[in-house]
Design a protein around this ligand. Structure first.
Ligand code: ADP
Ligand code: MG
Length: 256
């Protein structure tokens, strides 16, 4: 197995609250790895640590074998490690297509060089960005609403647009934090289909936090169960669902 993300013995506390406790995970390159766990288990905090929005108190984080523990979120973005964010307020007044065209390329240094030294190339690049945005919007099934304001899209369409934004860059790993919430079944089906295609056809690795067990079961292998800031168990969805500890801590509390 070739890991693309490794979290090694990471700790993170907020004040006296120890949220991540000696946590180690490894995400295999080319996998769609799921992460589940009770509310407050520390899943989003772990994502923030991996994406660079938080720095661990101790432990190490590696991307493709290289240590990134203290790199900024921006630097990680340029290395192809992305998380989707809700469409920011200021982008809601732009069309869906413009939202894709606004995504900063993640080879910024190179492009800046071209701005200075190859102005003709930059003009061609603008056309290239538009062409790419049109391809992406077709891919995610939003071509028919490309000229709608992003703010007017449905919840599910916004999620598809967020996924589309990752395709405007050279993404290697995409972190998805509960993207199924509030998305209708039809669009959720589209969303899952697109995640599978990005994984299979474009080699994206995904790490997916999700409450929706149907989505986890269809997409993810393996699945990591996080509880109280460390890994309780990891395995296939079947192994997870049959694990007595998991049933007690997770499904048990759901059933109660
Ligand atoms: N920035 C923060 N400051 C203080 N406490 C936080 C912060 N972020 C998260 N927490 C706390 O850490 C715990 C884990 O939160 P979170 O990572 O969001 O869990 P999950 O995503 O698994 O539901 C919660 O008790 C939450 O209140
Ligand atoms: Mg969360």
């Amino acid at each position: 197995m070739t890991p693309i993300i490794e979290v090694q013995h990471v700790n993170k506390a907020f004040g006296g609250l120890h949220v991540i406790n000696d946590c180690s995970i490894s995400v295999e390159k080319g996998s769609i790895t799921g992460m589940i766990g009770p509310n407050g288990a520390g899943k989003s905090t772990l994502f923030n640590l991996i994406a660079g929005n938080l720095v661990p108190d101790s432990g190490r984080i590696l991307l493709d074998g290289e240590e990134i523990t203290t790199l900024s979120a921006d630097a990680r973005f340029h290395q192809g490690l992305l998380r989707t964010f809700q469409i920011a307020h200021e982008f809601s007044q732009m069309s869906a297509l413009e939202n894709l065209m606004m995504v900063p390329p993640n080879q910024a240094g190179e492009r800046l060089f071209n701005t200075w030294f190859k102005p003709g190339l930059v003009r061609r690049e603008e056309e290239e960005v538009r062409r790419r945005a049109l391809e992406v919007i077709e891919f995610v099934g939003l071509h028919h609403v490309r000229n709608e304001l992003a703010g007017n899209l449905s919840g599910g369409q916004k999620k598809l647009l967020e996924l589309g934004r990752t395709m405007m860059t050279d993404a290697r790993v995409v972190l998805l934090d509960e993207i199924a919430a509030g998305v209708n079944r039809t669009l959720l089906g589209d969303l899952m289909g697109n995640i599978e295609r990005l994984n299979r056809e474009m080699g994206y690795t995904f790490l997916v936090i999700e409450h929706d067990m149907e989505m986890i079961a269809r997409l993810c292998d393996p699945v990591i169960v996080l509880a109280q800031g460390s890994v309780m168990v990891e395995g296939s969805i079947d192994e997870i669902q049959q694990n007595p500890e998991v049933i007690e801590a997770y499904f048990g509390s759901d059933a109660a």
